[in-house]
Design a protein around this ligand. Sequence first.
Ligand SMILES: Nc1ncnc2c1ncn2[C@@H]1O[C@H](COP(=O)(O)OP(=O)(O)O)[C@@H](O)[C@H]1O
Ligand SMILES: [Mg+2]
Length: 421
Amino acid sequence: MIIYVNILIEYKFMNAPKYVNPFRPGAGHMPPYLAGRDSEIKEFLKLLDQEIILSNLVLTGLRGVGKTVLLDTFKPMAFNKKWLWVGTDLSESASVSEEIIAQRLLADLSVVTAGIGVKRAAPSVGFATLQSFEEKTLNFQTLTEIYKSIPGLVSDKIKGVLQLAWTCVQAHGVKGIVFAYDEAQTMSDHSEKDQYPLSLLLDVFQSIQKKNIPFMLVLVGLPTLFPKLVEARTFAERMFDVVMLHKLKPEDCREAISKPIKSCQSSIVFDDNSITLICETSGGYPYFIQFICKETFDIWVQQMTVEGATKPIPVREITQKLDKDFFAGRWARATDRQRELLSIIATLENADGEFTVQEIVIAAKAMANPFGASQVNQMLSALSDSGLIYKNRHGKYAFAVPLLGSFILRQAAEITMPLFT
Ligand SMILES: Nc1ncnc2c1ncn2[C@@H]1O[C@H](COP(=O)(O)OP(=O)(O)O)[C@@H](O)[C@H]1O
Ligand SMILES: [Mg+2]
């Protein structure tokens, strides 16, 4: 028996590459084929062609829609057009104070300036203190020393360093520098501590761009990001082009599934019906596409007895796994009362789109313990802080996690089912 199983396994994996799963569900994991983002790429390329930076980019959308991987795709495109690229993932801690965000900018900038000497640029910069830096390269330490030597507020100091850095970098035939920050919705001003790091970032870039320094901001984040920027500085409305990523169109969704299979020349075949089913089940959301395809591929590899023959997709089992892996953690963080509210929202016809406080209050009327408008308002605000809901610019609300409504309905069905059987 053991020998038989061994032979079977060897038979299956003899041509191992045929069974290497090409799909990549996971935050920031580049998909085997990046489907349906041509117009967003065009938009970014247009921004790179600006001689004077009048527009910066906000790339936004729900979790798992493909913001991070699109940002990674932009990077080589910027290099091709002679731009340098700096930046990182932001976290709450990056925007604790103005000083910390300034340090962040210096650290990021130093990555591309570390090999460049100050000397060539020094005469044209105009800081008296610069003579002492002439023999140095623009590494983090030198940038920090220059920063400290400039009098004034944090914003004056950081602007001075950025200006100097551009004078040095410019001499090397560079078109500009992209400052790209992912998870930028984590940034905030803190009026209670008199610290305005988010406003500082916007002020600094607006000011240096006015001086024709081609440093472009690319901020990536959840849909709360842009309203937050505008709240901090109203001019942010005009400073950014907003590119909102949506779920993939049906034809792009089909390509996201079929192209990786074709190009990995696998023995596993996703026929037309399977592809349609995956498109429907995933709702066209990139993370779900990768997840369902990866699971299906793995299951089929194990079930395959004859080359090319596959069984139906076990949608129910895969959905259960997705619920555990993706939704359950987020759901667990909500309180019982919040879950009641979310369950009411999930029953709204427009749960997958935008909804209002009024609609929730009306739907909740039939409950034993209904919700009043001010209570709903308060709870929605707490739910946005925990990343389950967001308020858009028109004052309407939406789920911040794709397909959350269907997940909630599945939970409700599982809880109530035994009661009826
Ligand atoms: N255009 C796309 N086509 C196919 N898969 C994609 C696409 N964009 C993203 N993905 C996949 O979706 C998942 C989530 O991508 P990610 O960039 O981390 O999303 P976000 O940053 O918006 O949360 C990853 O597994 C990635 O491979
Ligand atoms: Mg991301």
